[in-house]
Design a protein around this ligand. Structure first.
Ligand code: SF4
Length: 211
C-alpha cells in the first residue's frame, strides 16, 4: 500500500495527547479542507508491504500506533493493516475524515472521526450514518475556524447528543481563530467537550513534517 511517511513522535491531539506514538501516514485523501496541513500526503508516498510497515513500527517500540493521512480509508488495504497492528497488541488509533463508512474499521481500533465544519468547505461530504457506528471509546473531532463553525458544532452536538455516544473534541484551525475565544464560548455554554490544541505545532514548527 502507498505510505506517505512513518515516524515516531508524541500524539499531538485526542485524549492520548502527549503519549509516545508511532504514526503511519497513508497516502491519498478524497477531501480538500480549507485548512489542510498535510496536502503533501495527497499524492506523495512509496509502496510498502504490510510486513515492511510492521517491521518499521516494531523498531519504534511504542505501544500506541496512529494510522492517519491523508485519509486512511481512501486506501482499501487499510483495514488489513489495522487488523495486523491489532494482532500485534498495539493500541490502534485511526484518524478518519468522516466521509467514508467507518464500519470498515475493526471494532478493536479506536476511531478518531472528524466532523467537518462549514468553513472547511467539506461538511457537505460527511457521512452522517457514521455517528450510528461510534462507540464510547471512540472520539469525534471538530476543527473550528469561526463563530459560525462554533454555532454549527454546538447544534450538531446537541442534535445527536454526541457526548453520550463518544468523546467529543473541539480544536481550532491553526491561526484561524483564537483558542482563548473558543474556550470562553465552551465555558459559557457548558459544553460537555474536551478542548484541544495541536501540541506538536507548539513543540515544533507549525509546518514541520514527521513530528
Ligand atoms: S481530510 Fe485531512 S488530509 Fe484530507 S484534506 Fe481534510 S485535513 Fe487534509
Amino acid at each position: 500500500m502507498k505510505i506517505n511517511e512513518i515516524f515516531k513522535s508524541i500524539q499531538g491531539e485526542t485524549s492520548y495527547v502527549g503519549l509516545p506514538c508511532a504514526f503511519i501516514r497513508v497516502t491519498g485523501c478524497n477531501l480538500r479542507c480549507s485548512y489542510c496541513d498535510t496536502a503533501y500526503a495527497y499524492e506523495e508516498g512509496n509502496e510498502m508491504s504490510l510486513s515492511a510497515i510492521l517491521e518499521c513500527i516494531a523498531g519504534f517500540k511504542t505501544t500506541i500506533v496512529c494510522v492517519t493521512g491523508g485519509e486512511p480509508l481512501s486506501n482499501n488495504e487499510t483495514p488489513f493493516l489495522l487488523e495486523a497492528l491489532l494482532d500485534k497488541n498495539y493500541t490502534v488509533l485511526v484518524e478518519t475524515n468522516g466521509s467514508y463508512d467507518i464500519r470498515t474499521i475493526p471494532q478493536r481500533a479506536i476511531k478518531i472521526m472528524d466532523i467537518k465544519c462549514p468553513d472547511s468547505n467539506m461538511s457537505h461530504l460527511m457521512n452522517w450514518q457514521n455517528i450510528n457506528y461510534l462507540i464510547k471509546s471512540d472520539e469525534v473531532k471538530f476543527v473550528l475556524s469561526s463563530r459560525n463553525d462554533y454555532d454549527w458544532t454546538k447544534a450538531v452536538i446537541q442534535k445527536y447528543n454526541l457526548p453520550k455516544i463518544a468523546r467529543v473534541l473541539i480544536g481550532t484551525a491553526f491561526g484561524a481563530i483564537s483558542p482563548k475565544t473558543v474556550v470562553q464560548w465552551i465555558l459559557e455554554d457548558n459544553l460537555d467537550v474536551r478542548f484541544q490544541l495541536q501540541l506538536h505545532k507548539y513543540i515544533w514548527e507549525p509546518l514541520a513534517r514527521g513530528v
